[in-house]
Write a protein that binds this ligand. Structure first.
Ligand SMILES: NC(=O)c1ccc[n+]([C@@H]2O[C@H](COP(=O)([O-])OP(=O)(O)OC[C@H]3O[C@@H](n4cnc5c(N)ncnc54)[C@H](OP(=O)(O)O)[C@@H]3O)[C@@H](O)[C@H]2O)c1
Length: 246
């Protein structure tokens, strides 16, 4: 390995805001780590951080950027993909949804992570380095909540995608470890969007307002600290999830 070259490469989607931004800052505080981060909002690349501007809801544009998202990683002993970016979608009952938003939420929350997982496995499965894929999920993917049909079902799909990938990695002996990270309610722009909806579209609204007012939300930095610990020694529950709760 080249002297002073970072040893671990983290590829993070949605690194411009919320949990992804806190995670980016946390990871870059360790000199042995380098990050390739994806966002629509342009960010300044700097030492050990490369920003790739991409709209994850545009799968064809994403495919054109895969070579720069997953570079030759022969210098690194560890490569990690964190599918963190997601859109909450429209919080409305079925029947009131805009069709374009339906396509967009599935594209950004399911299609893009699937394409990235596929490309990650193609590029790194046959290397001997440590390989991890972390997919960020939520209890809304397991518990039905009115108004969250889009968001919840995209996360349910992501969970199953991860479980099947885990099974395939065992069969093929690819050495890739797949984790589902179920995160509790966290104080980010996504929560701001949730609180902007109305009770008739989302009957759980008041619970989220109360969580904010009672300091019941996790901070993005708390989540990032947990994720960093887990990245060193991931321990999943018997049901196959890793939980981060307040
Ligand atoms: N906040 C919570 O309470 C909570 C709870 C459980 C799980 N989670 C999960 O945690 C993850 C992060 O959530 P968050 O609360 O930090 O969300 P957030 O505050 O809304 O930030 C989302 C990030 O994803 C990026 N992003 C969204 N759509 C994108 C697209 N089409 N293309 C490229 N980038 C896109 C955004 O960047 P740009 O806008 O710059 O593109 C931003 O950096 C998500 O998977 C979410 O489901 C959140």
């Amino acid at each position: 390995m080249e002297e002073n070259h970072p040893q671990a490469l983290y590829i993070i989607t949605g690194c411009s805001k919320g949990i992804g931004k806190a995670l980016l800052n946390k990871i870059l505080s360790y000199p042995h780590a380098a990050v390739i981060g994806i966002s629509r909002t342009p960010m300044k690349s700097r030492e050990r951080f490369t920003n790739i501007q991409a709209d994850l809801s545009d799968w064809q544009a994403l495919v054109n950027k895969l070579a720069s998202i997953f570079p030759d990683a022969s210098f690194y002993s560890k490569v990690v993909l964190i599918n963190n970016a997601a859109w909450i979608g429209e919080l409305k009952h079925i029947g009131k949804l805009d069709n374009a938003s339906i396509a967009r939420v599935y594209a950004s929350n399911c299609v893009a992570p699937a394409i990235l997982m596929n490309a990650f496995a193609q590029q790194y499965a046959h290397t001997t380095k440590e390989k991890l894929v972390i997919n960020v999920s939520t209890s809304a993917g397991r518990n039905p909540r009115d108004g969250m049909s889009m968001y919840g079902s995209t996360k349910a799909a992501l969970d199953m995608l991860t479980k099947v990938a885990r099974q395939e990695a065992e069969i093929s002996n690819s050495g890739i470890s797949y984790y589902i990270l179920s995160v509790g309610a966290t104080d980010t722009p996504m929560q701001d969007a949730i609180r902007e909806t109305t009770q008739d579209n989302f009957s759980t609204l008041q619970r989220f307002i109360d969580l904010k007012n009672s300091n019941g939300l996790l901070t993005a930095e708390e989540v990032a600290n947990h994720v960093w610990q887990l990245l060193q020694t991931p321990i999943q529950a018997e049901d196959g999830y890793i939980y981060i709760k307040k």
